[in-house]
Ligand binder design. Structure first.
Ligand code: PEP
Ligand code: MG
Length: 599
């Protein structure tokens, strides 16, 4: 039974993945474990302390297991961080202070531990020394794990979430989002995040409505309460009223009718009204590929984000495991090609800080993607050999992420050549002329597109990062999400510059950032000179419908108009007008508004 209309509460976040869903909440909060104080009578304090000893043992066992696993996969150096964690568990002062706290104040052990650890952290944080700062992180990590064990509430595994619910969380780690594909989650709503965070990319790939940037929404709900998520406008209704459910029911029906028109052309050729053939390829996250590929209407894969294979298991797969995964997707994409991007770990995609034992102040500017691979050539080479071996089974292109200079591209190519030599020695087949591409997603790369062209065979523009680095706006920080503006004239000029330079050098240039799947941008990107777009599965029908309705010369005129514009708002309104003019359907947001009686 629905609660009365008056109990409905409206929350506004950022519309991240379109669609409307209504269902019960499954709450997954990961931030701070809530530690409440309980009084322990004197005759039960000994048992409380024994519980602590058991918690310490269990935590020690867990950390030793992780250490052994990391040592095996990554080597002694990387495993070293866990020695520091084990030392925290051996720290008599911390242990004895905690036990004393229970004995003297009569509080529960979790509360005592939190109190003591917080005191240590506060005292250490005041010391301006890099070594001590790292110890603070160690204490925090170990305390958290120990508390989780004591509270019996070590973080919820996404695999435990029941089907048919709306997942509400403060934030979701990439390692969690990597597991979403196997679940039937109706919608996602998170406190943090922005339009290009990896949670959102995954939601769009899986066609799950999603709203992010809801501030403290996860603290306002509990599991099982009904919510409605509107991924078109970013609105979330807690205890939606009958009236809202009816209104949204109508929106769903309207959208379904429009969606049917889009779906009808999904498998048709992507040819404009004036006969220009265009190329639409698929972005794939992880290994859910085969099923999606055959049904997507795309000509192969323009971006295979391989980090999802790593994030899923939190360990580095072997050459053989990777080879099998790449081979599956390459064979699934035949007769088209697959662009396999080498590891882009780091930024917001560090699988677990513990994997590397490094906490960076500013991870998006840190050891990420190609920088990580060139530092860990063993991991890089394992991946390159696996990709090369897959190239014997279909058309493969290799793409390097986060290239910022010719030097990096040259270094990556040199490692690739070493891998080829190793495979030759092992007498394994591969495509000796495998095409190598560079992502253009850092402003420095954009500016030297012509120089990079000497060292690769194609480009793909990663606008998710290009926008973040050009505008100095963290792509996952919801507090600056309003400044994350792909419509910015600066971004438009950069894109035009990259496309023109690529054309002059005779290299194809695609776009694989999220704007490629945004129906407002798709025509513009082709009009400006992109030679292909690579987008999420869910966006293909609408984008294809639009491209088939437009004339190339109109898209080129649109590009000219956009490049003359002075503000993001002006550009956005030109794009909306073009969309509406071209397909005779108001831009989706307005469709929602119309049904809301707001048009
Ligand atoms: C991009 O930056 O646009 C991109 C495609 O890569 P990712 O989103 O994985 O960083
Ligand atoms: Mg990127």
């Amino acid at each position: 039974m629905s609660p009365p209309a008056s109990s409905e509460k409206v929350y506004q976040g950022i519309a991240a993945s379109p669609g409307v869903a209504h269902g019960p909440v499954f709450l997954m909060v990961k931030k701070d474990l809530e530690v409440l104080r309980r009084d322990i009578p004197p005759d039960r304090r000994e048992e409380e302390i024994a519980r602590f000893e058991r918690g310490l043992l269990e935590t020690r066992r867990q950390i030793s297991d992780i250490r052994a696993e990391i040592e095996e996969k990554l080597g002694e150096d990387e495993a070293g961080i866990f020695d520091a964690h084990l030392l925290v568990l051996e720290d008599r002062a911390l242990i004895e202070d905690t036990i004393r706290e229970v004995a003297e104040t009569g509080c529960n052990i979790e509360f005592a531990l939190k109190e003591v650890a917080d005191r240590y952290i506060e005292a250490f944080s005041k010391i301006n020394d890099a070594y001590i700062r790292e110890r603070v992180t160690d204490i925090r990590d170990v305390t958290r794990r120990l508390l989780g064990n004591l509270l019996g509430s070590i973080e919820t595994d996404i695999n435990q979430i029941p089907d048919g619910c709306i997942l509400v969380a403060d934030d979701l780690a990439p390692s969690d989002t990597a597991k979403l594909s196997g679940k039937r989650i109706l919608a996602l709503a998170t406190d943090l995040g922005s339009r290009t965070s990896h949670l959102v990319i995954m939601a769009r790939t899986l066609n799950i409505p999603c709203v992010v940037g809801l501030h403290d929404f996860s603290r306002q709900v509990e599991s099982t309460v009904p919510v409605l998520v509107d991924g078109f406008t970013g609105t979330v209704l807690l205890h939606p009223s009958e009236r809202s459910l009816f209104r949204y029911g109508r929106i769903k029906i309207e959208r379904a009718a429009i969606e049917k028109r889009f779906q009808a052309v999904k498998r048709e050729a992507t040819t404009t009204k004036d006969g220009v053939p265009l190329t639409i390829r698929l972005n794939v996250e992880g290994d859910e590929s085969g099923r999606i590929l055959s049904d997507s209407g795309a000509e192969g894969v323009g971006l295979f984000r391989t980090e999802w294979l790593f994030l899923k298991s939190r360990v580095f797969p072997t050459e053989e495991e990777q080879f099998q995964a790449y081979r599956r997707i390459v064979e699934g994409a035949a007769p088209f090609s697959v662009t396999i991007r080498t590891l882009d770990l780091g930024g917001d995609k560090i699988p677990h800080h513990s994997l590397f034992g490094v906490t960076e102040e500013n991870p998006f500017m840190g050891i990420r993607a190609i920088r990580f691979c060139l530092q860990h050539t063993d991991i890089f080479k394992t991946q390159l050999r696996a990709i090369l071996r897959a190239s014997a089974f279909g058309k493969v292109q290799i793409m390097y992420p986060m290239i910022s200079s010719c030097e990096e591209l040259i270094a990556a190519n040199a490692v690739l050549e070493e891998c080829k030599a190793e495979l030759r020695k092992r007498k394994l087949d591969f495509d000796a002329n495998v095409r190598r591409g560079s992502m253009i997603e850092i402003p420095s790369a954009a500016v030297i597109t012509d120089l990079l062209a000497e060292h690769c065979d194609f480009f793909s523009v990663g606008t998710n990062d290009l926008v973040q680095y050009m505008l100095a706006v963290d792509r996952v920080n919801d507090r600056v999400a309003h400044l994350y503006e792909p419509h910015s004239p600066a971004v438009m000029r950069a894109l035009k510059f990259i496309f023109d330079a690529s054309r002059r050098e005779g290299l194809p240039v695609g776009v694989c950032g999220e704007i490629a799947g945004d129906p407002l941008f798709a025509s513009l990107l082709f009009g400006m000179g992109a030679t292909e777009l690579s987008l999420g599965w869910g966006s293909i029908p609408e984008v294809k419908y639009l491209l088939r309705q437009m004339k190339m010369e109109d898209a080129q005129d649109l590009a000219g108009e956009v490049l003359k514009s002075r503000t993001a708002a002006e550009i956005k309104s030109k794009l909306v007008a073009f969309y509406t003019r071209t397909i005779g359907i108001r831009f989706p947001k307005l469709v929602t508004g119309e049904a809301n009686g707001e048009a």
